[in-house]
Design a protein around this ligand. Structure first.
Ligand SMILES: [Mn+2]
Length: 352
């Protein structure tokens, strides 16, 4: 096993020492993977192939690839991923977890399995310390930043496709380079930007979307309730687990709004997304708090998410859960005593 000092000083080389004898490697993304998880996983695959071209390297994910942008990214950048349901952990001699950590509830690695490798930029989880190699940098804007540093440390050429993937991963995780951007992220930006394929990136960012996509905006707006500087929106049943995050981002741009909680039911889970424009409050910690005893959650300073298992619950019981989550958030952010106003009710008064 390598010391932590090795990991700090030359992480990529230390990682390759660990991987040197391995013929079959599994790279696991978090559930409903986002561009950062997918780009970082692809970069890791490229690194493993550069060390030994004839080995097997498979990227897997739990949940689904929901957003049209994310599906377009896989297609345009030729990233191959498999559902975690279609593989067996026993077939791999090395398991890596990317953009997530053990026991956080957002990946489908069985609890008893500790991946040997964890690379992430969320706050360090206690279970991660049991893993042979972990490189967790909560200060970083994206996992793509960490993996780009690995590629550079190893002097592995970064082609247009991989550069575009990593750039897009950084861009989405940092809200277009506006939040959680460190010096390391800016340096990585400068390295990747000239290597990006701009038209491919534009095609990924503006994919055709189904009609139902617009209807979800209607649902999101119709169900908005405003509590001073907080919006809560309940999207009802959703066909794609990424919708709450997308609506939360969209609503956070509203004037005078500092917090958004968006919730929706996907299959038998309540999926929720928390966004804030306030610094220093750690949306991730707040998501954990409001889900205590109900489900799992976590995230970053300004963006977080979580879920609650609803299987076997009646519609009434599900409503109780949603109300409890909303009440807890309102209380935590200091508007627990405020009476909410439906956004739609103000439509005829303020046509500004
Ligand atoms: Mn990430």
């Amino acid at each position: 096993m390598n010391s932590n000092q090795d990991i700090v000083e030359h992480p990529a080389r230390t990682l390759l020492d660990l991987a040197s004898g391995k013929r079959s490697i599994l790279i696991v993304c978090h559930n409903n993977p986002d561009p950062d998880a997918m780009a970082a996983a692809q970069a890791l695959k490229v690194i493993f192939f550069a060390q030994k071209p004839k080995r097997k390297v498979v990227i897997v994910y739990g949940g689904i690839v929901g957003r049209a942008e994310n599906r377009q990214m896989l297609r345009r950048l030729k990233i191959e991923m498999t559902s975690i349901k279609d593989i067996s952990f026993r077939d791999f001699s090395l398991v890596c977890l990317i953009d997530s950590q053990p026991h956080t509830g957002n990946n489908d690695i069985p609890r008893a399995v500790y991946p040997q490798v964890v690379i992430d930029h969320h706050p360090l989880n206690a279970a991660t310390k049991k893993c042979d190699f972990y490189d967790v940098r909560p200060g970083y804007g994206s996992s793509s930043t960490i993996l780009t540093e690995y590629l550079r440390e190893l002097e592995i050429p970064v082609d247009k496709r991989l550069a575009t993937a990593l750039f897009y991963g950084m861009k989405t995780d940092t809200g277009g380079f506006s939040r959680s951007v460190t010096k390391a992220d800016l340096e990585t930006f400068n390295f990747l930007a000239p290597r990006v394929a701009p038209r491919t990136l534009a095609a990924i960012e503006n994919p055709p979307v189904p009609k139902g996509y617009y209807l979800k905006y209607v649902d999101a707006i119709e169900s908005c309730v405003v509590y001073q500087n907080v919006i809560v929106t309940d999207l009802g049943k959703i066909g794609n687990p990424d919708i709450p995050a997308e609506m939360a981002d969209f609503l956070l741009r509203m004037e005078a709004i500092r917090w958004v909680l968006a919730m929706g039911e996907y299959r038998d889970e309540l999926i929720l997304s928390v966004r804030t424009s306030r610094r220093g409050w750690w949306a991730g910690k707040i998501a954990l708090r409001i889900l205590r005893g109900l489900g799992t959650g976590g995230g970053h300073e300004r963006a977080a998410g979580g879920k609650v298992a609803l299987a076997g619950m009646s519609p009434e019981e599900r409503k109780v859960i949603r109300d409890r989550v909303a009440e807890r958030l309102l209380k935590v952010v200091g508007v627990g005593d405020v009476t909410g106003k439906p956004l739609f009710a103000s439509r005829n008064q303020e046509q500004s």
